[in-house]
Design a protein around this ligand. Structure first.
Ligand SMILES: Nc1nc(=O)c2c([nH]1)NC[C@@H]1CN(c3ccc(C(=O)N[C@@H](CCC(=O)O)C(=O)O)cc3)C=[N+]21
Length: 290
């Protein structure tokens, strides 16, 4: 029997405990705050951002949306980030990606204060993650680790194969699995004979960005298959990177799209934001006692 991993349910469970932490913070006079910067009016980005705001509000996190026009200059965007870096009521800053082409994404991300980088995308956060130091972990790979753990799937000693090497999913995903003592193989668009490698995976992570790319020919019977894909078809319907109907027949565990990794990404964003508020509170207390 194939087990379908329910990301919505696991996400809800984690959100409950995050909500309790929000209540405790509020009792101490702190409301966690997340600022989201949205540039332009890409419909998909607008949906995601709305989703993030609703999720914040549902558990008592203050969320502020800063909408900037498509033509905004990089300088103006950096200025906005610096204002948010200095604001005491904002604990997390998220700049919705992708950004318009005239803006240097690396520069923008590097300007977010590492203390408020709840996406875990900044060079400081990425460096700390690589070194296994305490930091904000990128929400999607972090959410995948939580999905595996909540589903009782052992990671240590397993062969994990990651398909895709993006900065925000593939690369950090492999790194986090490695930290959990998996043996990790990275594959990507230039990998020859992909199925011969993915077929060796005990845990297969699909983060390619191509609908239904992973078929049953890629999967070893009994493997755990995690679908990070969020592709939209011409009718705006969401499809993963995994051919679910096919792969469901061979996998031991599989995540659906929607309802798999997506809700976990937002859950870990809430989690990171609350962590940031807790850290700021304990620093403020420390300074009061100096
Ligand atoms: N700075 C930044 N941080 C991000 O974390 C970030 C980003 N930019 N740009 C875009 C991607 C995409 N992303 C998703 C989050 C949640 C769902 C999600 O909740 N999906 C639901 C369905 C939502 C729907 O139906 O539209 C699900 O899979 O069940 C999807 C995608 C975060 N991203």
């Amino acid at each position: 029997m194939t087990s379908i991993i329910n990301g919505k349910e696991i996400g809800q469970e984690i959100r409950k405990s995050v909500e309790e932490q929000v209540t405790q913070l509020k009792n101490q006079g702190v409301t966690p705050g997340l600022a989201v910067i949205l540039v332009g009016d890409n419909p998909a980005s607008q949906t995601y951002v709305r989703n993030k705001q609703k999720s914040c509000e549902a558990i008592g996190i203050f969320s502020e949306l800063i909408k900037l026009p498509e033509e905004v200059t990089e300088e103006e965007l950096l200025e906005q980030i610096k204002i948010l870096n200095d604001r005491h009521d904002i604990h997390g800053i998220l700049v919705q990606l992708p950004l318009p082409k005239h803006i240097n994404e690396d520069q923008v991300i590097a300007t977010i204060s590492p203390e408020k980088d709840v996406d875990g995308f900044s060079p400081v956060s990425v460096g700390k993650m690589m070194l296994g130091q305490e930091t904000y972990l990128p929400c999607t790979p972090f959410g995948v680790i939580k999905l595996l753990e909540y589903s009782g799937i052992e990671i240590a000693g397993k062969h994990a194969v990651v398909v895709g090497r993006s900065h925000i999913v593939g690369k950090p995903m492999g790194q986090l699995l490695l930290q959990k003592d998996a043996t990790v193989t990275y594959t990507h668009s230039k990998t020859p004979d992909l199925p011969s490698i993915t077929k060796q995976a005990d845990i297969l992570i699909a983060a390619v960005g191509r609908p239904n790319f992973i078929t049953k020919e890629h999967v070893k019977p009994g493997a755990v298959v995690i679908d990070v894909g969020i592709n939209r078809d011409e009718n705006n319907k969401l499809t993963g990177d995994v051919n679910f109907a096919e792969v469901e027949q061979v996998a031991s565990h599989i995540t659906p799209v929607p309802g798999g990794v997506g809700p976990m990404t937002i859950t870990m964003l809430l989690y990171n934001t609350v962590q940031s508020a807790q850290k700021q509170l304990s620093q403020d207390k420390y300074q009061e006692n100096m």
